[in-house]
Design a binder for this molecule. Structure first.
Ligand SMILES: O=C(O)CCC(=O)C(=O)O
Length: 291
């Protein structure tokens, strides 16, 4: 990877050019510990995991809807080592796209190589696909994903595999993608590091041949003019919103985008929220999880 890049603009530039960047010492040990404790709490409560299938893995623990599950989850999407990079690449009005754990348990097999902007570009006639090909031969940046290491990532325990410079490859045929696995490299990095990878960068969860779990959280952002993969505006309990920071509310879509999208009577939705009493939900999985 050459000389480490520490300046935030240089990180964005590296992602733009090569599709990825690994930032060490990004997330403080106390926050890693708090997130591990929270995962342990959710597992003890038997909060249901999501997505047990061939693509997402049968031995991978995935908790989604985490902002409803505990306060500590509010910290990562707005973390000052992470959010400025997302904003630098996608724009200040970027949104949270998906957010959850990716804990690869011993015995998990490797995932199929894929890109994360697929849901937005998949439609053959999508305007985004068209736009992609008119911007100097490189597609616009619409997604930035991160893998935040809550333990050391090693090749043996299933470090994320990624293919440097694959952001510049022609948009793939879905079936052919996996050939690139052999060319990929493991994101070997110490606990507290963040792997940033752009939506066009090929990557996959690795296979875990160790006897320990590979703990990670993925915070995935998209451009502010897109519909996010997770429907946060519907799923987040109204009574949790007042506990969120301004930055987090913006990431959830409670701010008007640069192009004027998402307004309520031409106001930011959260301006309106402060003026009217929002209905509160009285049930949901977080209730049980928090008790
Ligand atoms: O857990 C990982 O290392 C990557 C997971 C991933 O890319 C996915 O599930 O889409």
């Amino acid at each position: 990877m050459g000389e480490p890049v520490t300046d935030q603009d240089a990180i964005v530039q590296h992602i733009h050019e090569h599709g990825y960047y690994i930032l060490e010492d990004a997330v403080e040990p106390a926050l890693c510990d708090a997130l591990l404790e929270e995962i342990e709490r959710l597992e003890a409560k038997e909060v249901p995991r999501s997505l047990d299938n061939d693509f997402h893995g049968h031995q991978t623990t995935r908790f989604y809807d985490v902002l409803n599950l505990g306060d500590v989850w509010q910290k990562l999407p707005v973390h000052d080592a992470i959010l400025p990079v997302a904003r630098g690449l996608l724009g200040d009005d970027c949104l949270l796209n998906t957010y959850g754990t990716s804990i690869i348990n011993p015995g998990e097999t490797r995932q199929r190589m894929h890109v994360d902007d697929g849901p937005f570009i998949g439609a053959r006639n999508s305007c985004l696909r068209h736009r992609a090909h008119v911007e100097n031969g490189a597609r616009a940046h619409i997604v930035l994903n991160t893998m935040i290491a809550l333990c050391d990532f090693t090749e043996e325990n299933g470090a994320t595999r990624f293919l440097p410079d694959s952001n510049l490859m022609p948009y793939p045929s879905v079936k052919g993608d996996d050939n690139w696995y052999e060319l990929s490299q493991p994101a070997v990095m110490p606990r507290g590091s963040v792997l940033f990878f752009e939506g066009q960068c090929f990557h996959a969860g690795g296979d875990n041949n160790s006897d320990g779990r590979r703990y990670a959280v993925s915070v995935d952002y998209c451009a502010g003019y897109l519909r996010s993969q997770e429907n946060f505006l519907f799923s987040i309990s109204r009574d949790r919103l007042p506990t969120f920071s301004d930055d987090l509310l913006g990431l959830l879509g409670l701010r008007i985008s640069r192009g004027g999208l998402g307004h309520v009577y031409h106001h930011d939705p959260d301006d309106l929220m402060q003026r009217i009493a929002m209905p509160t939900s009285s049930s949901g999985p977080e209730r049980e999880a928090q008790e």
